[in-house]
Ligand binder design. Structure first.
Ligand SMILES: Nc1ncnc2c1ncn2[C@@H]1O[C@H](COP(=O)(O)OP(=O)(O)OP(=O)(O)O)[C@@H](O)[C@H]1O
Length: 597
């Protein structure tokens, strides 16, 4: 063995080297194991191919993926002619190869319908169980397991000799590299013998004889042709494995003489991700211990917003009114809900979004009315939000939207702890804790004459200002954990982890839309990623620098600002128009220009 080969074998990553033509010149042990080119088979078998009468046991987690491009029609050779079967479905089946008259037994499901599918049957005294569970496909023949797990889809096939019913073949890792996919074998291709400790010699063969993966092959060709300098730590799918690979050129006098390819498999990456998550979790636990810790788990966040949270916890334990301010999406409603959960005060919690109430209805909605108070009123009268919240808490969201005349009445309620229904002068005592929130600066609203100063002072005695996420960037990693948990629960989605690069992108972004934007980006990433890992390409951030001319950049920025303002104003066009100080014609013209619905 050459010194180079010994060095490569001692290396912990999978490595292979190719010459300028793409011929494999070296491959280390780790790479052979990874791609199933070297193995210690727990169930050795000889070489062969499918013969008429053989029993084919099949478990395919997605027809057409990682099975050589199998189609539902290909299954006719084992007696399955099922018109409802589609590409992408999961199937478990037992059938006899090219044996007219023999009936296959099978079950199938659209892939998204369930994670588990099982078939139990007996074939001429052999007991067979075929199971698909998530991305693992396993076959039990008389209790002996034939199992492989992949990160992506997988096709498992076990073949019993038609005459002896002995296992003559089963799929082991690396089947794509060995060209032993289900479709190939069903079409009569041979499979290799697998002795204990067999090894396949790939040196001297072209790379494409053993490895498949469109992006990987394209990048490899670019580096070999000198069109790309190198690719470092890029995510690829090779032979059905998700891999992180670096393609590095071996420099020659006239361009690259070949390349070195270094693979880290996703399991390695997975370990690193879990390690990182554990570090974050233990930092979080350490941080969240302590007196004010009781609030922290419910509140989320990290060091950046720690002082606000500490204060919030203290206020939650007092029976005072609280004003919560902060940009849109910083978690004001979330904080108000949490305070309600933590406060000693029990009783009803009534949430009022002041931006959704028509000015003419404010008074009756807030303070109620007596029968016959106005046309169309309920003859029996109706309690307002304050009466409904008696003994508990009222959360007045977007309090900056309350009309001035109602502000005066609200002040009266706060000062006298009583309400008068519309149409009555009879005061009704109410005992209500008020939590209010706004993303406007009430101080500026007071200066502009839109908010009563006395009410402002009444409300702002105890105020909490939630910082924008960009000012407490270190909170992002804590929030990611909390939000991912929330998303998994909300959508019943499988648990996913962020790759290192995806994680760094989230950590370095400025989050103009605050926690809400982070939540939306994570939700989208979870939906987009098809595996258990979220890669950078699944992270879509609104305001990342994009290329283009000055005019194009300005146009994009204008569209972004319009969207952002509309979102901040809860979709209200009139409010957005006011906030941006635009005339109706200009504003609607811009919406049309940018095709904003
Ligand atoms: N600390 C937190 N941990 C987990 N999720 C949070 C946290 N704070 C906020 N969120 C989530 O972020 C999203 C935005 O929060 P919320 O609606 O409370 O913001 P807001 O400041 O009231 O926004 P707006 O002013 O636009 O009404 C919500 O889905 C909320 O559940």
């Amino acid at each position: 063995m050459s010194l180079l080969q010994s060095l490569l074998d001692a290396y912990s990553h999978a490595v292979l080297t190719l010459d300028r033509q793409g011929i494999i010149t070296h491959i280390n042990q780790r790479a052979k194991q990874r791609f199933g080119l070297f193995n210690r088979s727990p169930h050795p078998h000889g070489a062969g191919r499918l013969e008429v009468g053989d029993v084919v046991i099949l478990a395919d987690t997605a027809i057409g993926a990682d099975d050589g491009g199998l189609t539902p029609e290909d299954l006719a050779c084992i007696g399955i002619q099922e018109r409802r079967l589609r590409t992408g479905d999961r199937i478990v089946a037992v059938g006899q190869y090219q044996t007219p008259g023999s009936r296959a037994v099978y079950k199938f499901l659209p892939s998204r319908d369930a994670d588990r599918l099982q078939l139990q049957t007996t074939f001429r005294s052999r007991s067979i169980t075929v199971t698909i569970e998530n991305k693992s496909a396993s076959v039990l023949v008389d209790g002996v397991p034939y199992t492989i797990d992949y990160f992506l889809s997988i096709g498992q096939m076990v073949i019993l000799d038609g005459a002896t019913l002995e296992v003559k073949f089963w799929e082991e890792k690396g089947y794509s590299a060995r060209k032993e996919s289900i479709r190939n074998l069903l079409q009569g291709a041979p499979y290799m013998a697998k002795e204990t400790g067999y090894e396949i010699c790939v040196e001297g063969y072209h790379f494409q004889d053993f490895f498949e993966g469109a992006l990987f092959e394209a990048h490899l060709a670019q580096v070999l042709a000198g069109q790309a300098e190198r690719y470092v730590d890029t995510a690829y799918e090779v032979n059905g494995y998700e891999l992180i690979a670096s393609i590095l050129p071996v420099a020659g006098e006239e361009g690259p003489e070949g390349v070195i390819v270094k693979f880290r498999n996703v399991e390695d990456l997975w370990d690193a991700i879990l390690e990182r998550n554990n570090v974050i979790r233990s930092a979080e636990e350490k941080y969240r211990q302590g007196e004010e810790g009781a609030l922290a788990p419910a509140l989320g966040g990290g060091e950046g917003s720690a002082s606000v949270r500490r204060y919030a916890y203290k206020l939650s334990q007092l029976d005072c009114n609280i004003l919560i301010t902060g940009e849109s999406g910083t978690g004001k409603s979330f904080l108000a809900r949490t305070i309600c959960q933590l406060q000693p005060r029990k009783g009803p919690v009534v949430t009022v979004d002041c931006s959704t109430i028509a000015p003419t209805l404010f008074e009756s909605e807030m303070f109620g009315y007596v029968g016959g108070a106005f046309t169309g009123a309920n003859p029996k009268g109706k309690a307002g939000f304050f009466e409904s919240a008696d003994g508990g808490t009222i959360f007045l969201d977007e309090i900056g939207e309350i009309p001035l005349n109602i502000q005066a009445k609200l002040l009266h309620v706060i000062q006298n702890k009583e309400v008068c229904r519309v149409g009555s002068t009879q005061p009704i005592p109410v005992d209500v804790r008020i939590l209010a929130a706004t993303n406007r600066s009430l101080r500026e609203e007071v200066a502009a004459g839109r908010f009563r100063q006395d009410l402002y002072y009444r409300l702002s005695g105890f105020s909490l200002e939630l910082p924008p996420l960009r000012d407490c960037q270190e909170d992002v990693c804590f929030l990611i954990n909390d939000l991912m948990e929330k998303i998994v629960e909300k959508y019943r989605a499988p648990r996913k982890q962020l790759s290192g690069e995806a994680f760094s992108r989230l950590m370095s972004y400025r989050w103009p839309g605050n926690i809400r934007e982070l939540e939306n980006v994570l939700e989208r990433a979870v939906a987009l990623s098809e595996s258990d890992i979220i890669y950078p390409e699944h992270i879509h951030l609104e305001s990342e620098p994009e290329g283009g001319t000055w005019k194009e950049l300005l146009k994009r920025e204008e569209a972004r600002l319009l969207r952002q303002t509309l979102a901040q104003c809860g979709g209200s066009r009139s409010k957005a128009m006011k906030q941006l100080g635009m005339s109706k014609t200009v504003f609607y013209g811009k919406l049309k220009e940018h095709q904003i619905e």
